[in-house]
Design a protein. Structure first.
Length: 196
């Protein structure tokens, strides 16, 4: 038996025709649709993320002046009196109008129109300080820190005196009103540092 040699040339693959205009237009249309669809998803997502994160990015305002009481409500002899601080409170997502946000001690000093203000929060660990009228001292019930009328430490573990607040007497409608720059401070520190 003899092997026959094929005289036919090897089979060639047929060359591909160049892409037609329809194929290119189809690709551009699909790419454009994907791009527009992506933008339609990304922009609302970013806008929603910004709205959600906005309260987290805001810095709490450092103290603002708030009207506390009239000057007439303070004793002429310098005896401290505790007053609630009422303001519109706002947390990250909610607003609460006219709510107590803290308290202050006010007392007249050096004349009829000069007032001193202290935070009621003990600088040691944050308990509320009371005033003992019989002894003319402030005393913390938690760890027995005692403070003089000017806020200085008399005894106890408090690392600093009572936190002084900036105070103003303003005349409004013919009445003298006491305004206090209300702030909260970090406890357990030797220096008075306002919380942001």
């Amino acid at each position: 038996m003899t092997a026959s040699l094929s005289t036919q040339p090897p089979a060639r693959s047929t060359p591909r025709a160049p892409a037609s205009g329809d194929d290119r237009r189809g690709f551009v249309a699909k790419a454009t649709a994907v791009l527009i669809g992506g933008l339609l998803v990304v922009f609302p997502f970013l806008a929603g993320l910004r709205v959600f994160a906005d309260p987290l990015r805001r810095q709490g305002g450092r103290g603002v002046f708030l009207k506390i009481t009239s000057l007439d409500s303070l004793a002429d002899d310098g005896t401290p009196r505790e007053f609630p601080v009422i303001a519109d409170r706002r947390d990250s997502w909610n607003s609460y109008p006219s709510e107590p946000i803290g308290a202050v001690y006010l007392r007249r000093i050096e004349g009829p129109a000069k007032v001193e203000a202290f935070s009621v929060v003990c600088p040691h660990l944050g308990c509320f300080v009371g005033f003992i009228r019989e002894r003319d001292i402030f005393r913390c019930p938690c760890h027995t820190s005692a403070f003089a009328l000017d806020g200085a430490v008399i005894s106890g573990p408090s690392p600093r005196g009572m936190d002084k607040l900036e105070c103003q007497v303003r005349t409004e409608g013919g009445r003298d009103e006491v305004w206090v720059k209300f702030e909260n401070f970090y406890t357990g520190r030797t220096e008075q540092v306002a919380k942001a």
